[in-house]
Ligand binder design. Sequence first.
Ligand code: AMP
Length: 587
Amino acid sequence: MISKAIEKPKGGWAVAPNLIDYEKVCAGYSWDAAQRELDGLPGGRGLNIAHEAIDRHAAGALRNHLALRWIAKSGEIRDFSYADLRLLTNRFANLLRRLGLSKAERVFALAGRIPELYISALGTLKNGNVFCPLFSAFGPEPIRQRIGIGDGRVLLTTVALYKRKIAGIRASLPGLRHVLLVGSPEEIRAIPNTEDFGQLMNEASDDFEIPQTDPEDLALLHFTSGTTGKPKGAMHVHQAVVAHHVTGRLALDFHPGDIFWCTADPGWITGTSYGIIAPLTNGITSIIDEAEFDAERWYALLQKQKVTVWYTAPTAVRMMMKIGTEVIRKYDLRHLRFIASVGEPLNPEAVVWGQEAFGLPIHDNWWQTETGGIMISNFAAMDIRPGSMGRPLPGIEAGIVRRREDGTIEEIREAGVEGELALRPGWPSMFRGYLNEEERYRKCFAGGWYLTGDLARRDGDGYFWFVGRADDVIKSSGHLIGPFEVESTLLEHPAVAEAGVIGKPDPMAGEIVKAFVSLKPAFVASDELRSELLGFARKRLGAVVAPKEIDFIANVPKTRSGKIMRRLLKARELGLPEGDTSTLESQ
Ligand code: AMP
């Protein structure tokens, strides 16, 4: 256990955490009261995320405060005050209006961490449209699927990404009416059927009044993966901003004047809820680094930007651990006050390492695309049990449940017993559905609980401990990957008869994607064919989703009803007992 008494100086906290008396705050917690921390649209016209994030600050004392500092790969810096952001997002909202977008139509973004992405996200919300970020490392196939399912009307992307990933699939996306490109005007002019983001922004007016927004109006669409079927579009509404705001304050301990750096990419929900919304609603400064992980660049950034609160991920922490603490001593990180991590299990050693390396423990927290915001957390003022995800946020009731034989749900109250992690529905950032998939959504709820798909246990003091996924979904470097999506792509190769995909444990990435493939009779397994399949999948799926390893096997094990037995593949891969194979199809 890491006792906060170590950190707490005798004279008290240097900066007192926002949440000190956990039990007391939980006992008196009300989401209605939390909502009153926000302003709502002027004239009682509802609740809009972009108003809470930008306009209310731009109209007040924070108007010239630094809202976003963007650091390009080259090191170039661009600063945006709250007033700047108001103007730019007004322009983007006007641009969408001019394109004739109706309420709730979807605006997709496929871009790295560039300012245009942040501006378009918030401008989209202003105009009552729905923002859907795509991870820029996706290959054309995951992009095509998601824009198709989400019925994207507008896509914001760059010239380079368009050429590599969109040009080839554009014809299969007839509903995509406008593609806005970031890049040089000459290059854009040469690409048919696209529009110049910069030019349209220059032409757009600076004034925009956010229209009436019902808190239940759709705001964000985030794709996530299940074990079977297509990717699921989790729908979030403007009301979610209440949870973004208060979790920023309670779980990430935002204080006025903080300089916050969330290393997540907005292609995944952490990069939106906490890389865009929460720091802005709290009126603090958010740092965006365009570049990918590089330990020394990161330490230099923490020092130079005087980052006070840092939200990162276990894979990054493990990579830093590998490099060691010596290099950290070269940097002055005295401004750093709070470090948090999310997305995958954070090894207990990593928590302790943080204490040694930064003089601060790393605070793990847990949530998922469907929950929209942090649900379980190690708080700044609370003792940390390394390896535990922490305790539920005020306003959140979490439990461990098991399914009885008759399908009903029973809560497990005894400490230390493993079961499925469940949450009582009703918090503001809870997803309101999977787009066009009512049945899949309904299946997430039973016995008055939202079932998270994670296995966990709770100890006697109410700390939750992650055990694993209840399904076959893979977590690789914090990215959730559906095995079905990978299997389907492999099956498109003429040599492949069957494919089964698992997450293989990996010391750095948590898991890597591994595929088992059986070949059609005319094909013979060889190293060349393996390389070809790896390349084939990588080209279609992108580096994050494609398998890193492929093994050839005679038959992919299936149940008699034809379901791939991924658990069996995994057990065989890891040399573990095969468990119950009574449903295995005879081979
Ligand atoms: P996503 O929806 O992509 O954000 O992925 C959510 C999933 O990531 C959760 O259901 C967990 O399986 C995993 N996850 C998130 N945070 C943690 C954590 N702190 N510890 C362990 N697993 C986590």
